[in-house]
Write a protein that binds this ligand. Structure first.
Ligand code: SF4
Length: 308
């Protein structure tokens, strides 16, 4: 629940409630690929996806899982001594491998000192009963959350971005994981080409209606070397300004039930690849502007979530 004067239920608050102290996610490249890139579904990938499979801030697969964790812990333990860590399998599709391979890689991560949980980013079409059972097995030893990329509930936009699955697949994955008692987090992109404010609101309300436990909102980053980047150069579409984005995000909070954890309200892409917008790099400014608007509009998370 919202605490510390915040008008929303932040991930920090959730971690403090759950683990009793500061907890940080360490981004890992677990060496997986993605069915939307390796040809099983498509070879093109989601239109916005970078070469590193949305894992641009992981140390990279040239290092072992243990080394990636160690390297980040070394850096962060100076800043925040006594911190606890969640191993965050971020790059590509982290349930896209045989169960035995998944078991081995997740085990490597949780066997590292200081790791108290797993966060696993994946596609909903890469969740089935066997994988849910495996995650349940891990959840008996450690905390487990699964992050599912929805991006939008508008099926036309989903087709345009080459998401590669219909909404019903997302619904089934959330249902399956929830049935096994696994926390689900939904990733939504704000500012996709052609989307109206109503589309963005619909995506948020849709995901929340399915019983997710957490939500991540992120401004669309147009990256060099992606199909979206190429498209943008030929058909420049409107990119939300900082003012527009922060307005939308602050107002969306009112529609997210108060028990849903807000994992992220902004995120930046790799500096050398972002074509637009450049304002995402100043995360502090983005968050401060959202906070100002929350105060200005008297926003309280969940206030409008029960509206029909
Ligand atoms: S599912 Fe993830 S890794 Fe695969 S193409 Fe889409 S964004 Fe990239």
């Amino acid at each position: 629940m919202p605490q510390n004067g915040l008008s929303y239920y932040s991930l920090n608050t959730f971690f403090k409630e759950k683990f009793g102290g500061k907890t940080v996610k360490l981004s890992i490249d677990g060496g997986f690929t993605c069915p939307n890139r390796d040809g099983k579904i498509s070879t093109k990938g989601c239109i916005f996806c970078s070469e590193k499979g949305s894992g641009d801030f992981t140390p990279g697969r040239v290092m072992s899982i243990a080394e990636q964790i160690e390297e980040q812990k070394r850096r962060l333990s100076q800043k925040w001594p006594g911190t606890m860590y969640i191993a965050y399998f971020q790059a590509f599709t982290n349930t896209y491998a045989p169960v035995e391979v998944l078991r081995q890689r997740y085990s490597q991560a949780i066997s590292q000192p200081g790791i108290i949980g797993l966060a696993i980013a994946t596609r909903p079409d890469c969740i089935d009963k066997k994988i849910a059972e495996l995650l349940k097995e891990f959840s008996r030893k450690t905390y487990v959350m699964v992050e599912l990329g929805l991006q939008t509930s508008n099926e036309n936009t989903a087709e345009f971005i080459n998401r590669g699955y219909p909404n019903s697949v997302f619904e089934n994955a959330v249902k399956l994981l929830s049935g096994f008692g696994i926390d689900t987090v939904c990733h939504i992109i704000i500012g996709l080409p052609g989307e109206s404010h109503e589309d963005m609101l619909n995506s948020v309300r849709y995901a929340c209606s399915l019983g997710i436990n957490g939500i991540k909102l992120q401004m669309l980053n147009v990256l060099e070397g992606t199909d979206l980047g190429e498209y943008y150069k030929i058909h420049p579409f409107d990119i939300l300004s900082l003012d527009q984005y922060t307005d939308i995000v602050a107002r969306l909070l009112e529609y997210i039930p108060e028990d849903i954890v807000i994992h992220r309200l902004t995120g930046d892409g790799p500096r050398d690849l972002v074509i637009e917008p450049k304002w995402v790099f100043d995360k502090r400014l983005v968050l401060n502007t959202i906070s100002k608007k929350i105060r200005l509009y008297n926003i309280v998370q969940g206030r409008l979530s029960k509206q029909p």
